[in-house]
Design a protein around this ligand. Structure first.
Ligand code: UDP
Length: 327
């Protein structure tokens, strides 16, 4: 069976990718340092513990498994944190990616699927964000991801290394069977925090900023279901397997939801109140990030199936109630 090296495969998105890869007949080989992921989430193929900054360990794993392609999810991914400790983001995300690209080239692995982000576009409110939009990140997280896109472009010019870049908007929801799901410690993402507030695991949600230039004053994001997102990755893999050229794709639905709208939807799905307070803006947050592209649908044949707000919250809530990895 074709082996895919999945960095960050013990994390939220990576573990869902492994589930779909296994379903599609691939063997996901997880490479993860278990710093923010969970060993319990590695259920669909072997786990190789290691850090991307450890080049020798990476070479060992490439030599052992000879993967045909890479799906690179491993990264520090919190906007707020990236503004507090930017050096972590440049070192871990960027140097880690350089190591991975070099190891791939030396091992003759020529297909690279990369999780990038809409945070590479920055704060261009009023501009339709498609794949040709300027990338002007306003936080170190987005800047580190844009740098990796540049690295992939350079490597692609020099070596046999083709890439598909996916620029995610906000990923939400979870596996329908609630076998895996979203769980960070500490949690920083809106929907799991809202659900924690709903069921009393935290006192309340703090809304980060109510004075944005949006209809209700809170930031607007485009939420995409994690299963739809990882299905796009398999289509990206098939794109490279078909010998097509390197390409970047936005993954979003084109619909924006404000923080207050997400809270209201969570209240409706769970049928419970969402305790909250209004707080200050979080440094690094863009006003509105909504995809303005249908390239993934048009060119990859991507068919998002579960990316409605109620469905994403319902799936996240089902997982939330299992007690996830806390058990
Ligand atoms: N947010 C919030 N309170 C929280 C967490 C997030 O108001 O406790 C807001 C955040 O400012 C942003 C949106 O929710 O506008 C989504 O944030 P998240 O961290 O989930 O994803 P990001 O957009 O940063 O990747």
């Amino acid at each position: 069976m074709t082996k895919i090296l999945v960095t960050g495969g013990a994390g939220y998105i990576g573990s869902h990718a492994c589930k779909v890869l296994a379903r599609e007949g691939y063997t996901p080989i997880v490479f993860d340092n278990i710093s923010t992921g969970w060993e319990e989430a590695v259920k669909f193929g072997p786990l190789e513990k290691g850090d991307l900054l450890d080049r020798a360990r990476l070479d060992e794993v490439f030599a052992k498994h000879k993967p045909d392609a890479i799906m690179h999810f491993a990264a520090l991914s919190q906007v707020g944190e990236s503004m507090q400790v930017p050096g972590w983001y440049w070192r871990s995300n960027v140097l880690g990616a350089v190591n991975l690209c070099e190891a791939a080239v030396e091992a003759g692995c020529a297909k690279f699927i990369f999780s990038s982000t809409c945070a590479t576009y920055g704060d261009q409110d009023g501009v339709v964000l498609d794949e040709n939009s300027l990338q002007m990140p306003i936080n170190a997280y987005g800047a580190s991801k844009r740098a990796i896109e540049d690295i992939l472009a350079n490597f692609g010019e020099t070596f046999e290394l083709k890439h598909v870049i996916f620029r995610y908007f906000n990923v939400a929801g979870g596996d329908e069977a609630a076998e895996i799901g979203e769980f960070h410690r500490p949690e920083t993402h809106l929907i799991p925090i809202v659900l924690d507030a709903v069921d009393g695991k935290r006192d309340k949600l703090t809304i980060y900023g109510t004075d944005y230039d949006t209809p209700d004053g809170t930031c607007i994001r485009d939420y995409v279901h994690v299963m739809d997102l990882v299905e796009a990755h398999v289509l990206g893999l098939k794109w490279l397997e078909a010998g097509k050229d390197s390409r970047a794709f936005n993954l979003g639905t084109g619909s924006g939801f404000s923080v207050r709208e997400v809270m209201n939807a969570a209240g409706q799905v769970t049928n419970r109140p969402v305790p909250y307070e209004e707080g200050d803006r979080r440094p690094g947050d863009a006003t509105r990030l909504v995809s303005g592209s249908s390239r993934a649908i048009d060119e990859l044949g991507w068919k998002p199936r579960r990316s409605t707000m109620p469905q994403m919250i319902e799936d996240a809530w089902r997982w939330h109630q299992t007690g996830h990895y806390e058990k």
